[in-house]
Design a protein around this ligand. Structure first.
Ligand code: PLP
Length: 440
């Protein structure tokens, strides 16, 4: 619980209209938050993984206010979703305008301007000599599901290669590719056949363990990869990995699918993380940051690949007009200023993480690209310490900082791309205090 001597961080002013943060007026969870959690506990699925009792009431920029009036700096952004910050006025206006005009008509059956405009926009973002086509859905897992179907349809092959530590979603197809935590798959087998996993970052693993021992390359429809593994623990592959993967796919006629659901939309300082590697994928999966929190996912592929017949794929809600309008406003903000801000503020955040790791022996391996950063929590022997990780995240929450874990021992830092350096400074002060309290 928070005591007054913990509240040492000076709140900073920011892009937010909610006032300075952090500002803890009642030790969280306050009475309203406790009551909400109690009600929630009785009716929501037991599968949710809440790490601490934040009960959010409203958000603005990188600031979130809870139901008891506490204000937090948010370095999680709804799991890397609220790219433009909470409730950016231009995104809110786009949603309100669209909601007043047309909420739903179904893009699988009819036409409407925001869907056409968004598909034009997304198609233009992916580099390559050929024109791109776009399929819109509602989430990341649906984009991956559609990618599996498109790869099998277009290649007339069945095999899929994914990587150990990968996270691609939780529907049965996407779950078959996911390999980050065993409990995500517990009791759900049988999953889809003809899926093999290789060590992340290694071409040798694919060639020697999969192509030699499990399925020949001529049977493999696609290789799906996160350019930086997200849920698996913010794992960065060696720099030569993606170009080598591209080359391997070209050699064997295998489609390369880039899951940019967490890394894309400006998060790493470029629109897509694969751009840092100088490669062009065959298929791109997007979701999370596209629409600042409105549910939408996208599958983008060359027009010579996306030529499946009417009815092969569709969605009642996918690309609904409000989500499209929010996405168009979001992309304009990302392109005009926030992607550049991610590239500028990211190194500032990493310097802080390095300094904190130098100061606190329990932090190791500060890393990141743009505003996709992480640090691991370890014990005195340098071994991963998940319990201490949880204590630090909870202590940060009690002091007004919203963080999320990643992998078994990581803390991730994925703020809004609009975050200001002064907000990062204040957040790192809070983290410093939280770690000191947990290691005292
Ligand atoms: N792929 C990646 C890389 C992700 O990080 C996630 C979600 O965390 C997904 C797929 C699944 O996305 P969703 O939760 O929107 O279904």
């Amino acid at each position: 619980m928070l005591t007054m001597e913990h509240a040492t961080t000076t709140p900073v002013r920011s892009d937010s209209s909610l006032g300075p943060a952090p500002n803890i007026v009642v030790p969280p969870p306050g009475p309203r938050a406790r009551a909400a959690v109690e009600r929630d506990r009785k009716v929501t699925s037991t599968s949710y993984t809440r790490d601490y009792p934040l009960v959010a009431r409203r958000g603005s920029g990188s600031v979130v206010e809870d139901v008891d009036g506490n204000r937090y700096l948010d370095l999680a952004a709804g799991i890397a979703v609220c790219a433009t910050g909470h409730c950016h006025p231009r995104v809110v206006a786009a949603i309100q305008d669209q909601a007043a005009g047309l909420i739903h008509i179904c893009g699988s059956d009819f036409y409407y301007e925001p869907m056409i405009a968004l598909c034009e926009k997304l198609a233009g973002l992916v580099p390559g000599s050929e024109r791109q086509r776009v399929f819109l859905c509602n989430s990341g897992t649906e984009a991956v599901e559609a990618a599996i179907k498109l790869a099998r349809y277009a290649s007339h092959r069945k095999g899929i290669v994914a990587f150990h530590g990968a996270f691609h979603g939780r529907t049965m197809g996407a779950l078959s590719l996911t390999s980050s935590k065993a409990r995500q798959k517990l009791s759900f087998a049988p999953l889809i056949p003809m899926v093999a996993h290789a060590p992340f970052g290694s071409i040798d693993g694919i060639v020697n363990q999969i192509f030699r021992q499990q399925m020949v390359p001529e049977e493999v429809a696609c290789i799906i990869v996160e350019p930086i593994q997200g849920e698996g623990g913010y794992v960065f592959p060696p720099g030569e990995f993606l170009p080598a993967l591209r080359e391997l796919c070209d050699r064997h006629g295998i489609l390369l699918i880039l899951d940019e659901i967490q890394t894309g939309m400006g998060r790493t300082g470029k629109m897509f993380a694969f751009e840092h590697a100088g490669i062009v994928p065959d298929i791109v999966c997007l979701a999370k940051g596209i629409a600042s929190g409105m549910p939408i996912g996208a599958l983008i592929a060359r027009e010579s690949l996306m030529n499946w017949p009417p009815g092969a794929q569709g969605s009642t809600f996918g690309g609904n007009p409000i989500a499209c309008a929010a996405a168009l406003a979001t992309i304009e903000l990302i392109e005009s200023q926030y992607m550049q801000n991610a590239a500028r503020v990211g190194p500032h955040l990493r310097q802080h993480l390095q300094r904190l790791s130098d100061r606190h022996a329990c932090l190791a391996r500060p890393r990141g690209l743009g505003l996709m950063c992480a640090v691991d929590v370890v014990d005195a022997n340098g071994k991963g310490d998940p319990a201490q990780r949880s204590r630090i995240i909870t202590a940060a929450f009690e002091r007004g900082l919203i963080l999320l874990p990643c992998g078994e021992i990581g803390i991730r830092f994925v703020p809004a791309l609009s975050i200001e350096p002064s907000q990062i400074d204040a957040a790192m002060d809070v983290l410093d205090n939280a770690i000191a309290a947990c290691t005292a």
